[in-house]
Design a protein around this ligand. Sequence first.
Ligand SMILES: O=C(O)CCC(=O)C(=O)O
Ligand SMILES: [Fe+2]
Length: 291
Amino acid sequence: HGSVDQALLDEIMNNPHWSEEYVNTCNGDKIGGDPGMYCHIYRIFLYTVKVEVRSLEPFLIVLKEFIPIEYADSFLEEIKKEELHIQSTVDQNTGKNAPSVGRNANGTFLTHHRYPISSKIFNHIQQRFPSIDFRKAEQFQVLSYNSGGHYAPHNDYLQYVSEEVANRCPWYREGGNRLMTFLFVMQTADKGGGTVFPRIATSVQPSKGDAIVWLNLDAENGKLETSLHGACPIWEGTKTAATLWVRVRGNELLLPCANEKQFDIERLLYPSEKQLLLKRDWKCDNGCYAE
Ligand SMILES: O=C(O)CCC(=O)C(=O)O
Ligand SMILES: [Fe+2]
């Protein structure tokens, strides 16, 4: 692991939520090495969006240089004024809030329009990614990781014993599960700090301003276990990122005419071209739109 601080490395290796395999995947960014990977640029209104397609099953893309550097910097300035709390979980044994073994990060939630700059970033995302209604996303979760920080591989979907039980909770009933995670990076670590997807043996080492976008559910709203991911350990420096968890209600991405439920992945990959397509007199093969 090169010149990685041995004590930090030992700590991660002894953490039951991490494994050598995960850490190795963290250290090997797949840029250019994955035969299934490709890139394209789409244009929407006057904006261009650079897309790196890492995987379609599960869906994982990186939007390169997506958030302007000056926006990221302004947001960072605002965040400095916020009190970031150590992210804790409820200890199963004591019932008390305790720092989590699975995650070592400071963070806070901010409403989309909390600050002019968060609003600007929110609108920036929405304009360039119109196939998703980001108003249906939870608040920005800002996460900041210092050296030794990490978030061990986990899934973002909410887990309940059953859909019936879940729906007793108004918060779930309104939004449904977490369909998509949209994460953008405002500050990169000096060493480490990518996002790892162990089930597809991939990690993304983002640059400042890049956004990493993936789906957590399948087309039937089932839990997509291959969306397992984590924040790789930070060996040096600080990483700051913000997450939008987009809920599924109002964001059904299903093909209008598919007999079997399937996502309309093109809507995510080429939103602008899809808009043009929809302007044409488009008919589906299975006749559901026939006059
Ligand atoms: O910071 C990262 O790379 C991952 C964060 C994450 O997985 C989450 O907030 O759910
Ligand atoms: Fe996550």
